[in-house]
Structure formats: structure tokens, C-alpha cells
Write a protein that binds this ligand. Structure first.
Ligand SMILES: Nc1ncnc2c1ncn2[C@@H]1O[C@H](COP(=O)(O)OP(=O)(O)OP(=O)(O)O)[C@@H](O)[C@H]1O
Length: 691
């Protein structure tokens, strides 16, 4: 940093107590708001403004807080009452209205009130009595006051702090330190987006002349927040790529192409593109760290199967980790089917593997006689060793914590990692949320898929729903009936599903109806699932244990009981269990939501079929925190920016940050010195985002 930069740095890093009037006691309250230095204070932005611009009384409503301007029209009347209480009132002519101004507990006002003086008053107006209870007043005939303050910032405060105090300090801080506030955004970007320079934006976000000025200032800081955050992310990613050397896996391209040709269907263009990116990563000397996103049923598993095939054909082992035993078994079976003509040894390792099976699998993995293991958390236990792990795939990655992924990664020298998810997080959010990951999206469904027709009915229509179900089953299709289960251990909920199963058995004695819930043993669950997949069971009454990944293309009807108890993304996941083959499929939501949000969710499900759209609406309805599962999401907290509302700015900032980081002059040019210092400071804390 240059000398000048140091001066800047020091000025702004001084404790806030340097400002006149900020004593130790208040400094404590300030620190509760995260304000320790002058810089912190300057970046404590108002959350709204009080509008103190004079208004025409004819246009304001009863009991509105307004600012008006007028001339004193009568001598003041001062009354004392109670203990130390005072009320001063006088008439003011405002346009064509003669109003009564009332000022409480400021008896000294009486001396100032003189007929004919101009005054500006802010307060609540009683339109019937034409009386204004004054909060704030200002003599507008003294030159120094003329034209001052039109919008007043309102800050969050705590303890003994008062908004008015903060305003005063802010003014002083802006006056004395604005010159030291360094610009963080490169000039070329400021020009491109017509963003206000930092000191000016700072003045205007606190004391704007009008709302438009405040908006422009805010726009600049939204961009700044995203830009700096993205810069940090991109720098982390660059560092990760340079440090983590991977294994270049030299698979046989021809063999892989032959394998793809042997599949019973053609890959969609989106699958092909995703696959090409992954294969490219496998070959490259960097360790892959990629997120593969695709809506329910978009064909991620096939892409995973081909990627694993490539890695195995290059002489490495693969690991496929999934969150539930049902899924582990399903993937195990479908991979076996995919590789039926290949010489690939696959094993299934879950919590229900017998000790003998487990011993054999562990030995096989260590010796390298097993090429691919599919499993649950059992895969990351301490005693699992691989001879030569090349590719790790985890399904529904958000269910595995960062720590678990790290443990799995450590099972190999520098294996490539592919995280798959059907949670349709908008791409930009995914990149932001998962920091240093590359993101690939499968944004296309296999040809011939039809929209799942979605209906919302009330419980009294159950008979009609049953008739509909009967019709589907008589045509050879299958159905799921999902009952909510909030906690696996919740007895009452389990009872729901058991009762409903009994009821259905009575209504449809002619059908084979299965029952699935978390309290069954893994063996029982596996058996029921297999029977459903093979078409032996026609109706499966289940809790959400089937939520992710289950693939039975012949099932065309999804009935969700008490649907209001599920979130939108979960409902979409559940609906994704049908519509996986070529038959028209249906989803029936049985719900009686009591809240407005609940009703909205039902409408969204009826009208929206695309997972990304559902997710967007869900985010709008609930906010990011909920969608990602609060804290564990690692989503950053922005001051003025909002990842949903300012989605486009986020995307733009990401591209700009990326371009800058990739530009060699960024690392040497003096004009970026401050940004580099910022990154050095920040990367220490940002590191935790690295997986
Ligand atoms: N290109 C394709 N053409 C036709 N069918 C396909 C294609 N790709 C996959 N499928 C089939 O579509 C179904 C869904 O694929 P898959 O299970 O891979 O989806 P997924 O993305 O993993 O879904 P989910 O997130 O719901 O688990 C499977 O039955 C699969 O065999």
C-alpha cells in the first residue's frame, strides 16, 4: 500500500469514540450494532427515511406524519401540567389552512415563536381538528437553516442510542472523513453502470436530497456488496485450483462413446453438454469440484453412470454416496443394469450391510478388486480405504454437510468430486452459495415427457380422488400416496400413514397396496420398494422417505395428503416421482391451507411445473434463509443487497469479478492495490467456504 493508502486506512480505522460526543457508554451500544470504527459507522446505512419535505396539506391523509411550511399566525400559549410537563400551542398559516401547532415539553419554544416568522414543522396531523403534534421544527427564516434536510435517515439503534444522535455523528463523520473513503470499484465499471463514486454515494445514502438520490446511492452499494463478495469467491476458487492438484484420468474416449451408444435412449443435448464438461474435468490435472444441477427426472443419474464408467475405465475406483438406503439400493441396481455387459465390480455398502459383507467390501476396496461402491454415510467411516479413488459422486449434496464431503474427499489422493442436486437453486445463487464450485445445469427433460397435471382438492373430495386412482390403476399404472411426516420419530405421523394404508386396503381390496415409512427396517423398506419398482405393488402409501431420487417410470399418480404441511420445493420433489416415463401423469394435492402463504403454495404448484420457477417463487415467498435451511447454507449476509430482489445485479457482479480476477494486470497494477489488500484481509475468513 502506498503512503496515502495507509493514511486512508488509518483514518477510517480509528475508533468511533474519536468523534466528538461519542462517549464510552454509547460506544458500547454502538458496538452491539457492529460499529467500532469510523468506517463501521459510515457503513451503518439507514433502513428508511423520514420524509421531511413540505407537503400540500390538501393532499395528506388524516394522522399522517408530514412536514409543512408556513408562517406563525398567533402568539404562543404555554401551559404547564402534571409534573414537569408543558404544552405550547400556536396558529400557523399553511397555504390556505390555518392549523394549530402543538409542541410538548419544550417550553423554551415560546420565546422563539413570533407572529410572521416562517417555520417548518414535522409531525402527525389531525386533519379533522387541523392540529399538528410537532416532533421536529425548524425556523426557515434563518439563513443557515434554509433548505436543509428533506429526507432524514432512520437507523436501527439499540440501548440508549437515539436516531437523532446517530444522524448528528453521521454528519460529522461524513464531513471529516468522506475524503478518506477509498473507491473499491474499478473506474471502468463505475462508468459502465453509471454508479456513483463511493464518497458521494455514502453521503447520499445517508442524506439524500430526494428518494431518487437515495435509490442511486443504494444501487451503487448493492453492486459493491455483490462485487466484493464475488471477487472473494473467485479469488478463493483460483487459489483452490492452483493448489489442489488433481489426477488427470486418461480414459478411453472410444470406449466411453460405445458405452453411451449402448444405453436404451439417446442423451439429451443438456445431458451431453454436462457430460462433456465433467469428462473434460476428469482429464484435466485439476481436481474437479463441480455441482450438477437438474430438475427432477432430468437424467442426472445417467450422467453420473457414464462419468463413473469413464473414471473406472481409466483404472480408478468410484464412490457414489446418497442420503438414504432406499436410494443407495436403487442406484446400485440401476448402475448394475447400466453396466451389465461390462466388467465392472460394484458393491453396495449401507448401515444394513452385514458385518461379513462389510468386511468383504472393505477388503475389496482396499485391494482394488471393487471398482465402484454405492452407499450411504457408511462410506465415510474411518475404516473405509480405497486403493485408488478417482471420482466421488454425491447425490442431493445439500443433505451432506461440508464436513462429510471433506471426509469423503480425503479417502483418495485428490479425487474429482461431483455433487448432484435436484434442488433447483438458480444458478447464480448456487455459485454464490457454494462458493468455489463450478456449476453445470441440465435444463432440459428427456423428449416425450409431459407436464404432470396438478390439481388441488379439499378432503371432502377424497371419493373422487379414489375413483381417479382406480382408473389409473386399471390402466396398468401405479400410484403413490404420501402422508406427511415431520419427524421420523413422531409416532402420531407414523400412525397417519398406517391408518391411511388400512383405509385404502378397505376401499381397494382388489389391489396390492404397500406401506413405507422410516420406522420399518431397511430390509423391509428395500423389499417394498423393489416390489413397487417391479409393479407387484400397485399403490404405495408412504411418508417422504421416497422424496428424493426414487425412479419408477410406470407410476403416474402422486397423491399428497395434507399437502399444506410441505414446503414448495419438497412438493415439487415429490411430484417429480411421477412423469418419469411417457404416460401422462398427475399430482393431486389434498389440502386445506389456513394461511395465505399456504394457499399461494397450492396455486403455485398448480400453475408452475418448472423446478427453477417453483424455486424462485418459493424463495420469494420464504426468503433465502428458509430455502437453504438457515445457517448451514453458508449464504452471505448482505447489508443492502438482496440475492432474490437484486438477482440481476448479482449475476452482473459475478461476471465482472470473474473477468477482473482472470485479468493478469489485476495482480500487479497499482490501481487494484486496494482491492488486493482487501482480498488478503478477507481470504482468511473466507477460507471456511472452501470445501
Ligand atoms: N436422455 C434420456 N432419454 C430418455 N429417458 C431418459 C434419458 N435420461 C434419463 N432417462 C430416464 O429418465 C428417468 C429419470 O432419470 P434419472 O433418474 O437419471 O433422473 P434424475 O435427474 O436423477 O432425477 P431425480 O432428481 O428425480 O432423481 C430414468 O428412468 C432414466 O432412465
Amino acid at each position: 500500500m502506498s503512503k496515502q493508502d495507509w493514511a486512508v486506512y488509518h483514518a477510517l480505522k480509528q475508533p468511533v469514540t474519536t468523534l466528538k460526543g461519542v462517549g464510552e457508554a454509547l460506544a458500547e451500544d454502538l458496538s452491539l450494532l457492529g460499529i467500532k470504527t469510523i468506517e463501521d459507522l459510515l457503513f451503518h446505512f439507514p433502513y428508511r427515511y423520514d420524509d421531511c419535505r413540505p407537503k400540500d396539506l390538501a393532499e395528506v391523509g388524516h394522522e399522517e406524519t408530514v412536514t409543512v411550511e408556513g408562517t406563525v399566525h398567533s402568539e404562543p400559549v404555554l401551559r404547564f401540567y402534571g409534573r414537569n410537563k408543558a404544552r405550547c400551542s400556536f396558529k400557523v398559516l399553511v397555504g390556505r389552512y390555518l392549523i394549530t401547532a402543538v409542541i410538548f415539553n419544550r417550553p423554551y419554544v415560546k420565546q422563539q415563536v413570533k407572529v410572521g416568522r416562517s417555520i417548518r414543522l414535522t409531525g402527525k396531523i389531525d386533519k379533522h381538528r387541523l392540529q399538528l403534534t410537532v416532533q421536529h421544527y425548524q425556523w426557515s427564516d434563518t439563513a443557515s437553516n434554509k433548505g436543509e434536510e428533506t429526507l432524514l435517515p432512520v437507523y436501527s439503534v439499540t440501548g440508549k442510542l437515539k436516531v437523532a444522535q446517530l444522524r448528528k455523528w453521521m454528519k460529522a463523520a461524513l464531513r471529516d472523513y468522506a475524503a478518506y473513503i477509498p473507491e473499491m470499484i474499478p473506474q471502468s465499471l463505475l462508468t459502465r453502470y453509471k454508479l456513483l463514486p463511493r464518497p458521494e454515494a455514502l453521503r447520499k445514502i445517508h442524506f439524500p436530497k430526494d428518494y431518487e438520490e437515495g435509490k442511486q446511492a443504494k444501487r451503487r452499494f448493492i453492486y459493491e456488496e455483490f462485487f466484493l463478495f464475488q471477487l472473494k469467491m473467485q479469488a478463493l476458487r483460483k487459489r483452490h485450483r492452483e493448489q489442489v492438484e488433481g489426477i488427470p484420468q486418461h480414459y478411453d474416449q472410444q470406449k466411453v462413446e460405445n458405452f453411451i451408444r449402448s444405453l436404451p435412449f439417446e442423451l439429451t443435448a443438456a445431458q451431453r453438454k454436462a457430460l462433456d464438461q465433467i469428462l473434460h474435468d476428469l482429464k484435466s490435472p485439476f481436481a474437479m469440484n463441480r455441482l450438477l444441477q437438474g430438475d427432477v427426472g432430468s437424467g442426472k443419474t445417467v450422467v453420473a453412470a457414464i462419468s463413473l464408467y469413464a473414471s473406472i475405465s481409466a483404472g480408478y475406483q468410484g464412490a457414489f454416496m446418497v442420503p438414504t438406503e432406499i436410494l443407495a439400493e436403487q442406484h446400485y441396481l440401476s448402475l448394475k443394469q447400466f453396466y451389465r455387459n461390462e466388467n465392472i465390480q460394484i458393491a453396495l455398502l449401507t448401515g444394513s450391510s452385514t458385518p461379513k459383507e462389510r468386511r468383504e467390501i472393505l477388503a475389496g476396496l482396499q485391494l482394488g478388486t471393487i471398482d465402484l461402491v454405492v452407499g450411504t454415510h457408511a462410506l465415510i467411516q474411518k475404516d473405509v480405504y480405497f486403493k485408488n479413488l478417482g471420482l466421488i459422486i454425491t447425490d442431493e449434496q445439500h443433505r451432506f454437510g461440508v464436513e462429510q464431503r471433506r471426509q469423503l474427499r480425503r479417502k483418495g489422493a485428490a479425487p474429482d468430486v461431483l455433487l448432484m442436486t435436484a434442488t433447483p437453486i438458480p444458478r447464480t445463487l448456487a455459485i454464490t452459495a457454494f462458493g468455489d464450485l463450478d456449476v453445470t445445469v441440465i435444463d432440459e427433460l428427456p423428449a416425450g415427457r409431459k407436464k404432470v397435471e396438478t390439481y388441488w382438492v379439499k378432503e371432502h373430495m377424497l371419493d373422487r380422488v379414489f375413483r381417479f386412482m382406480q382408473n389409473e390403476i386399471d390402466q396398468g399404472r401405479q400410484a403413490y400416496v404420501v402422508c406427511p411426516l415431520i419427524e421420523e420419530s413422531d409416532k402420531l405421523d407414523v400412525q397417519n400413514v398406517i391408518d391411511f394404508h388400512a383405509k385404502l386396503c378397505k376401499v381397494f381390496p382388489q389391489y396390492r397396496i404397500g406401506l413405507l415409512h422410516g420406522r420399518l427396517s431397511s430390509a423391509e423398506k428395500g423389499k417394498t420398494m423393489r416390489r413397487f419398482a417391479q409393479g407387484e405393488i400397485q399403490i404405495l402409501v408412504t411418508t417422504t422417505v421416497i422424496e428424493v431420487g426414487v425412479d419408477v417410470p410406470n407410476a403416474t399418480l402422486m397423491i399428497i395428503y395434507d399437502a399444506e404441511r410441505f414446503g414448495l420445493s419438497q412438493l415439487h420433489q415429490l411430484r417429480g416421482r411421477v412423469g418419469r416415463g411417457n404416460h401422462q401423469s398427475y399430482c393431486i394435492l389434498i389440502a386445506d391451507p389456513k394461511t395465505e402463504a399456504g394457499i399461494q403454495r397450492m396455486h403455485i404448484m398448480r400453475s408452475t411445473h418448472d423446478g427453477f420457477e417453483v424455486a424462485k417463487k418459493d424463495l420469494a415467498l420464504r426468503g433465502t434463509g428458509d430455502f437453504f435451511g438457515t445457517k448451514q447454507s453458508g449464504l452471505p449476509d448482505f447489508k443492502v443487497a438482496d440475492m432474490i430482489r437484486d438477482y440481476r445485479a448479482l449475476e452482473v457482479a459475478r461476471k465482472d469479478a470473474q473477468a477482473l480476477i482472470q485479468n493478469p494486470s489485476f495482480w500487479t497494477d497499482e490501481q487494484f492495490g486496494l482491492l488486493r489488500t482487501y482480498l488478503e484481509e478477507q481470504l482468511g475468513t473466507g477460507e471456511k467456504l472452501l470445501d
